[in-house]
Design a protein around this ligand. Sequence first.
Ligand code: PEP
Length: 248
Amino acid sequence: MRKRIIAGNWKMNTTVTQAVELAQAVCDQYTRHQVDVVLCAPFTNLYAVYSVIKDTPIALGAQNLYWEEKGAFTGEVSAEMLKSVGCQFVIVGHSERRQYFGETDETVNRKVVKALAHHLTPIVCVGELLQERESGLTEQVVERQVRGAFVGVTKADAAKIVVAYEPVWAIGTGRVASPEQAQEVHQFIRSILISLYDKELAESIRIQYGGSMKADNAAELLRQPDIDGGLIGGASLQAVSFLGIINA
Ligand code: PEP
């Protein structure tokens, strides 16, 4: 039985003060401990958020990392640095990073490998653009992204990865995928994982849905057999709406 995992992706939002307040509010209202909860704060707020959640079941995540160990890579942040501020998770290959910062399947894979080497759990994002869906290319795109992310990843390490299916047309648009549309792709992703590894491994990997998930549509999405949680953008910036999803 896969444990549900709800992660908030705060993106480029929150000052330190706001991040601490939000993390505290989530902690105060979080009682359903049978769900894994992760707060993915901006780099600048990670340690402050860690200080709030460190004695709670809530985990800390970053939104990106760089694949080198250390050195002359101005502006980048390594896996070891993320570990040192209390991160257990890191989002890799979010569509905004693929779209605006030139991330490719190859760089996503490098980041996944480096995160795993430092015992950080990668939340690997995949998902098609609207025009790709409308051209019938959803499976082709998602398959390329999933296979690309898992290149060179052993079965033991693959078991630690969380995949997030995020149709790009649903992110921040209010246009949520229907439970059937999402389930279809989640099942397809699991079938790719079976072909890459085996059924037992594929059945153990958690696949989150992301894209305009809110308290009022979460229950129906999370009822689908292959949807194991959510990666939440906008609705994670208010404790009430984030908790509404967790409680769903
Ligand atoms: C995201 O950015 O990962 C996301 C799912 O955003 P939103 O919930 O705002 O659509």
